[in-house]
Ligand binder design. Structure first.
Ligand code: GDP
Ligand code: IMO
Ligand code: MG
Length: 437
């Protein structure tokens, strides 16, 4: 099977986010007609490097860099209009065409300033142990309001000023009471101020808005191939991740059907993206974390600083237990292994294959993830490589130990590796044919 035969495809992270999904989507886009974000919001930060020029995308699908492709923000994503419009403007200033090639769902929920405030206040109130370390973008409160039904406001609502006033009046009075009584805040939100700001946003968004589920059905019926761009990582999934240290959406491939309104049988291919090591940003268990100079070296070499918040990412060895849990729930048909170049120069590469707790070893993430804080990783040690990989373009260019390391990951996760990445650039990518992989 060659890449053009992949059918409708989903690209998802199998770790705690920032695996390199943006780069993989950018590499695969030429084989597809439509690119869809189906979950998450401005908490995502997807980096694409084209001829040395860096683009960081938060709300827009990475496909937007290919203006001849259709980019869709589907119903399962949450939209912060200020961030989205800012992103559109800055890409236009950099010469990109954004018009007919962008579509936004009329059913997507909208992030408001009170969501950001609630995110920040609830984090502050949680204290140092319970704090999630969110991106502060209002994502959790927006998804919570969506599920509450009384409080959620969708793109279709902001397009209708009378409807928006009605919805906002109810929601803002509830939020003001919450901020006053629970968080003892004196500053209150004003319906009229939000109304005028969001009516202006709505006027700018209107040309892009449509029923994207219907659009995707039409595109699929017309034989167009669709690439679904996952945001966050499978271990941040609200159901299958390290709850409660997760985001508020279904980040794995299971999120595609409700998040985009396509049948669950639509996906032919699921590309699971992993870094050759592990990173995490924000709080929560991380058994293989390296709080030492090796962790610092990986952070500096790999440029491991958050795309959205700039926070230094926590770094550690590859955790095959955690990633294979993500593979178990997500079912990747193929893998992309990123940042192999970052590991050059390490004598040996420990890979976590179990968690030891007391006298027993487990190889599944426990439901109570607070237990993970006390586990000791069981490592299998693989030989490292000293060569720089940045200029490798074929599988045969890679040192034998690099290939051995990649094969080990593939065996542990139970899927073949089809893409290897040896640098941030588009060209620093090795596509593996079936016979070789
Ligand atoms: P995403 O959220 O999954 O799209 O990932 P991010 O963009 O947040 O983080 C991945 C970072 O690694 C970005 O800075 C990429 O440019 C960079 N990157 C991606 N693949 C590679 C690689 O193979 N090697 C190196 N050195 N950097 C990479
Ligand atoms: P991309 O798409 C890495 C993390 C936050 C925090 C937790 C909850 O770039 O991979 P939230 O703001 O969503 O309520 O935060 O999830 N998080 C991410 N970490 N990459 C992301 O997105 C993330 N999006 C959220 O750091 O731990
Ligand atoms: Mg990211």
């Amino acid at each position: 099977m060659s890449f053009p035969d992949f059918g409708h495809t989903c690209v998802v992270g199998l770790q705690w986010g920032d695996e390199g999904k943006g780069k993989i989507v950018d590499v695969l886009v030429p084989y597809y007609h439509v690119v869809v974000r189906y979950g998450g919001g401005a908490n995502a930060g997807h980096t694409v490097v084209v001829s040395g020029e860096k683009f960081a995308l938060h709300q827009l699908p990475s496909g937007i860099l290919h203006s001849e492709r259709l980019s869709v923000i589907a119903n399962g994503a949450v939209v912060d209009p200020a961030v989205l419009l800012g992103e559109i403007q800055s890409l236009r200033q950099r010469g990109l065409r954004i018009g007919e090639n962008l579509r936004i769902s009329d059913r997507a929920h909208v992030v408001f300033p009170y969501h950001r405030r609630e995110d920040q206040l609830s984090e502050r109130a949680a204290g140092p142990v319970e704090k999630i370390g969110t991106t502060g973008r209002g994502i959790g409160p927006c998804y919570a309001d969506k599920a509450s039904r009384h409080l959620g406001i969708r793109i279709a609502d902001i397009l209708d000023p009378a409807r928006l006033r009605e919805r906002l009046s109810a929601t803002v009075s509830y939020k003001n009471a919450l901020f006053r009584t629970v968080y003892e805040q004196r500053e209150q939100f004003d319906v009229e101020a939000i109304l005028s700001e969001y009516t202006a946003f709505a006027d700018q968004l209107r040309p892009f808005v449509c029923d994207t589920a219907l659009l995707l059905r039409e595109q699929m019926d017309a034989g167009k191939r669709v690439l679904f761009e996952g945001a966050q990582g499978s271990l941040l999934d609200v159901d299958h991740g390290t709850y409660p240290f997760v985001t508020s959406s279904n980040t794995g491939p299971g999120g595609v059907s409700p998040g985009a309104g396509v049948p669950p049988t639509s996906l032919r291919t699921i590309v699971g993206v992993v870094k050759a090591y592990t990173t995490r940003v924000g709080a929560g268990p991380f058994p293989t974390e390296l709080k030492n100079s090796i962790g610092d070296t990986i952070r500096e070499r790999g440029g491991e600083y958050g795309t959205t918040t700039g926070r230094p990412r926590r770094c550690g060895w590859f955790d095959a237990v955690a990633a294979s849990n993500a593979a178990l729930t997500g079912g990747p048909t193929h893998l992309a292994v990123m940042h192999l170049d970052t590991l050059s120069g390490m004598d040996e590469l420990p890979v976590c294959v179990g968690y030891r707790r007391g006298g027993s070893i487990v190889n599944r993430l426990p439901a109570d993830t607070y237990h993970l804080d006390g586990v000791e990783p069981v490592y299998e040690r693989l030989p490292g490589w000293s060569e720089s990989l940045n200029d490798c373009r074929r599988l045969a260019d890679l040192p034998a130990n690099t290939r051995g390391y990649v094969d080990f990951i593939a065996r542990r996760l139970g899927a073949p590796v089809r893409i290897l990445s040896v640098g941030p650039g588009r060209e620093q990518t090795i596509l593996v044919e079936d016979s070789a992989g």
